[in-house]
Design a protein around this ligand. Sequence first.
Ligand code: GAL
Length: 739
Amino acid sequence: MGLNLRNKAWIFLGIICCSSLICSVKAMVTYDHKAVIINGQRRILLSGSIHYPRSTAEMWPDLIQKAKEGGLDVIQTYVFWNGHEPSPGQYYFEDRYDLVKFVKLVQQAGLYVHLRIGPYVCAEWNLGGFPVWLKYVPGMAFRTDNEPFKAAMQKFTEKIVGMMKEEKLFETQGGPIILSQIENEYGPIEWEIGAPGKAYTKWAAQMAEGLSTGVPWIMCKQDDAPDSIINTCNGYYCENFKPNSDNKPKMWTENWTGWFTEFGGAVPYRPAEDIAFSVARFIQNGGSFINYYMYHGGTNFDRTAGEFMATSYDYNAPLDEYGLPREPKYSHLTKLHKVIKLCEPALVSVDPTVTSLGDKQEAHVFKSKSSCSAFLSNYNASSAARVSFGGSTYDLPPWSVSILPNCKTEYYNTAKVQVSARSIHMKMVPTNTQLSWGSYSEEIPSPNYNGTFTKDGLVEQISITRDKTDYFWYLTDITIGADEKFLKTGEDPLLTIESAGHALSVFVNGQLAGTAYGSLEKPKLTFSQKIKLTAGVNKLALLSIAVGLPNVGLHYETRNTGVLGPVTLEGVNSGTWDMSKWKWSYKIGTKGEALSLHTVTGSSTVEWKEGSLVAKKQPLTWYKSTFDTTAGNEPLALDMNTMGKGQVWINGQNIGRHWPAYKARGKCERCSYAGTFNEKKCLSNCGEASQRWYHVPRSWLKPSANLIVVLEEWGGDPNGISLVRRTSKKIASESIFSG
Ligand code: GAL
């Protein structure tokens, strides 16, 4: 449905409006039990999530175009509060956060928008989208019936709705936004906390509706969504979902096309056949809106990733992290969308008649006066079935749905993939086989050193850094008196440190003694290691490193990061020392950050070691080099496999955290799509880096002399870093399995 048409319809309604006393444009987007109704027409809507800050503005037109060619009607996105309001009242809508531009590009492509304002978004995004400063507003309690929280949430929601209205972006104004969302999956939280949760849901719904956008609001996973707000389903399968009123359509806001990757986790994927099956089943059961979460996952650039989330947010989506179609997934779903559109007239006209065709086989038939479409399904995960329908026989592979847009001819079966798969390669860019690096060793600070402050006891990290940096130093002196005579047994003493997360490097007298780190499942960590101390004053420096803030749940106001203790030293003559209450000095960030070493101008403020003097496998080292861009438009990435953990900047742009040293745990078993997929993710990459390649957007590059700066926390060999091109090549069609 092209935009011109819709504009005309709106103008047409506008004329009616002006000549009528009961003037209302609200009728533009409504709904009934069957579907969302746009301009008086029930629609089967196919939607896909593309989160604007997870790609560059230069990538948006191509991503949107590919989504359109993939047969989508709608682009769904969250709105990322912490990207838009980095400090209270200071708004930012530029560059990757240019929401208006993104929405307008979708409009220009003739697609609709589903705007999930949240403003809690989860989304594997830092603090679920909440600005960190919100944590420190007095009296704050997140996502509950709390005045400071509600006031802030309302202010931001109003700000976004106001901007959209001003730019005339709601459908009622001739714009592309047909749906909005308030909160996100609050239902389960509400059940957990009871009365205040219920009050908050009611408030959120009323607040949203009070903003009069003219388009319906959605609350996903919210069984008690009040009034006219539509409750929707999220999950791998939603065929049995029922909205909470007979007047609301059956909508699926998140059909997970894969899953996110966490550092230390295997890389999940979901076969195309299984997604297609889930979609066909939802539609045959009366569903009328499906959104792929994600259609394009993209990249968690900078420090936007949630706790322990990898920088790649590829998600095994139909468009890969780099924006290339993932085959056969992209094309298999494109074909499905075309067939569904052929069925649309029947689907929106009548409810289906369901008949059994066998033990685990059914026919869902939508037959109206003028149209007939049928879905023949086989829910048996292990065996194929031959069924009779309308006087013909049909062969249904296991776990599949055949679609007959005219109730006769099978146009599509979800398990018959008739698309060539493509193999993806990361090829070294020839001109950049070996970069020439300079190195700068970060200083290990001491107590009372420049820029430190002192306190009794241990402090929580984010309350001090306000998340402006991942890095926070805890510094103290351990004085071993002559009478300690080193330690009772003559052995080295045992230092034990409990941290709320996420990673810790321990330096004793300027030398790295060891590291420890948590995981998404268990962010807390314990460092427990014997350390070498000498008589006299020993310098202890703990570098606590945050790896994103949690994005799931509630009570963000109570979440902690950093060394909260206890910190103990065992094995000294005078007994175990509890160092938790000692005087500690603190320092925010690294020296390199303070000098802006990652920027084009800042990088020349220090002397870099070169040639044979370049540090290798040394902790806390900055590296810099320059490289030329390769011609062409294939996406580019950095192969970081020889590095440990840290961050990378290209021409001053933070491309994200690297952590190839964190290998994927667990065992990856080959996963067949048929049935076994049920809620069990298919995994790859076990034993290898959770993430080896890091996307370098082309628009961040100049033709030559691009500055690359790496902060390496653990120690690595920069000579192994290379720029690679992502290429894809057609391979033989695989009809049984697609990863
Ligand atoms: C959902 C949530 C999304 C995202 C997804 C997992 O529960 O609504 O925002 O976090 O899980 O990728």
